[in-house]
Design a protein around this ligand. Structure first.
Ligand code: NAP
Length: 477
């Protein structure tokens, strides 16, 4: 699969380079083509000097979580891709899909080939709960479920047993809201989306009738945003339920709410409205529980129940409200547990990594070496820089900061490369890179498949299909 020559497409003539001087283009490799990668590329290409950006991506497709993370029933959030398309059309931009850093090219090689390397690889893994039973069959990281229903080619073999009556979602962030909502959507709500066809079929067949979403802290500490929370009360096939007792705020939360009239207050108002609704009659129930932490996941060989402990909320010395277990436990029978307690960054070979925080150590995007000093020519942006927080747009400011530091270093004469061509190196290794034109062929094909059904696209979900579609170009030329 990897022994074909590079696909044809737009090529750029490059010179062999040595020190970076004002009269030659600054050459930058950006690794990871999600929002942070594209925003970094866009900021660099808009600089008042010549810049050439090669955007490397492990998958044959760009856009990161905009394609493979954003919920399929939220097409408005995917319009960020139009900005990315515009950036890709800029002079000096090239895409190298199907190229994995560490496997196909090393950090040392990129550092030699380019004046600067920017890592924008996001957070590739998930945080663990660290409780007994976490790895029982039927207990999944929500990140895997998200990747599966969004058609990620590495997650299509996963078999989620949805033939269960009750699913429990752990966490109170927007990803928890997404996965809880996806389990509650009706076939009519799923039909116009770009979710993977196989996932739509499985979700439509699912026996799940009750989804329980559990927050370890209270309604005032939800990490979800009001818009996403409110949507849970507007589902065609599921009634949302909140126990009014959960909305009696402890003094610390009430005081915190007074201080924060924005998000937390709106969330609590929405939850109060949910709690005041009469009992519903829809086919599914979506229960939002608070002040409950998972203790262990129970079952013989597979998930049968989850034991949770009731918490009380206590402000610590910094005023942050902490969940403290009371000892009062409860067992909730369920057949599926989705653990949605945050993403986590993964170390890249040869690149410094802060194990505890799951990020690349950096100062304003300049990667720091062991002594805490910036490594010349190495940068990071996005989730691998600041951790898995914020929305798509947050990455624009974050990427701009990194790109500015890089341009400052270029002006200060701190950047240099040995020259040479990534294309040549990949060709010698038999690595089949997918150029931007190859992705455009995939994109056209997917949109074409979706169009007759009123769907934005029908995704190709296997590596073979994606690479074959990119290769079509080769046959046509
Ligand atoms: P998140 O916002 O950090 O939420 C993580 C949740 O997990 C929090 O409620 C946290 O509770 C809880 N948690 C952590 N450790 C726990 C434990 N041991 N036991 C129980 N609960 C635990 O993470 P996320 O939901 O993965 O989202 C990642 C980012 O993507 C966020 O910035 C999010 O807003 C964004 N996103 C946005 C959208 C959208 O705009 N529609 C959609 C999806 C994701 P504590 O607060 O108590 O720590």
């Amino acid at each position: 699969m990897r022994l074909r020559p590079q696909l044809p497409g737009r090529r750029r003539r490059l010179r062999r380079l040595q020190p970076l001087t004002a009269d030659r283009a600054l050459r930058v490799a950006v690794v990871g083509s999600g929002p942070a990668g594209f925003f970094t590329a866009g900021h660099l290409l808009a600089a008042d000097r010549a810049v050439e950006v090669d955007l490397l991506e492990r998958l044959p497709t760009p856009w990161g979580l905009v394609r493979l993370g954003v919920a399929p029933d939220h097409p408005e959030l995917k319009t960020a891709s139009r900005t990315f398309e515009k950036i890709a059309s800029e002079q000096g931009f090239r895409f190298f899909g199907n190229v994995e850093m560490g496997r196909d090219v090393t950090h040392e090689e990129l550092s030699r080939l380019y004046d600067a390397v920017v890592y924008t690889v996001g957070a590739q893994s998930d945080r663990r709960l660290g409780i007994p039973g976490e790895d029982l069959a039927g207990s999944w990281p929500a990140t895997a479920f998200v990747a599966w229903y969004n058609g990620h080619p590495d997650h299509q073999h996963l078999e989620f047993d949805l033939d269960v009556e009750r699913a429990v979602v752990i966490g109170n962030g927007n990803v928890a809201v997404d996965v809880a909502r996806l389990l509650a959507l009706t076939p009519a709500e799923l039909a116009p989306t770009d979710a993977a066809d196989s996932a739509i079929e499985a979700l439509n067949r699912a026996a799940v009738r009750e989804i329980v979403m559990l927050g370890r802290r209270g309604p005032a500490q939800g990490a979800f945003t009001p818009k996403e929370l409110k949507e849970l009360g507007e589902l065609a096939g599921a009634d949302v339920e909140v126990d009014p007792a959960d909305l009696v705020l402890d003094p610390a939360s009430a005081a915190a709410l007074e201080a924060d009239r924005a998000r937390a207050q709106r969330n609590v108002d929405i939850l109060r409205e949910f709690a005041g609704r009469p009992a519903g009659t829809k086919a599914k129930r979506l229960k939002l529980g608070f002040k409950l932490s998972p203790v262990q996941i129970l079952g013989e060989g597979k998930v049968e129940a989850i034991e949770v402990v009731r918490n009380e909320l206590v402000a610590d010395e910094r005023g942050r409200i902490q969940a403290v277990p009371t000892g009062e436990v409860e067992v909730i029978p369920c057949g599926l547990v989705l653990r949605s307690v945050g993403y986590r960054g993964v170390a890249l070979p040869g690149v410094p990594f802060h194990e505890e925080h799951g990020v690349i150590p950096n100062r304003e995007g300049r990667v720091l070496g062991e002594g805490g000093e910036p490594l010349p020519g190495v940068y990071c942006a996005g989730w691998i820089k600041r951790g898995p927080s914020g929305v798509i747009g947050t990455n624009k400011k974050d990427a701009a900061e990194t790109a500015e530091r890089l341009l400052e270093d270029a002006r200060a004469g701190l950047l240099r490369s040995e020259g040479g061509e990534l294309e040549e190196l990949l060709r010698e290794r038999g690595v089949e890179a997918v150029e931007y034109a190859g992705w455009e062929a995939i994109d056209r094909h997917e949109r074409g498949r979706g169009e007759p059904h009123g769907r934005p696209r029908v995704k190709l979900t296997s590596w073979d299909d994606l690479l074959a579609r990119a290769r079509e170009l080769e046959r046509q030329s």
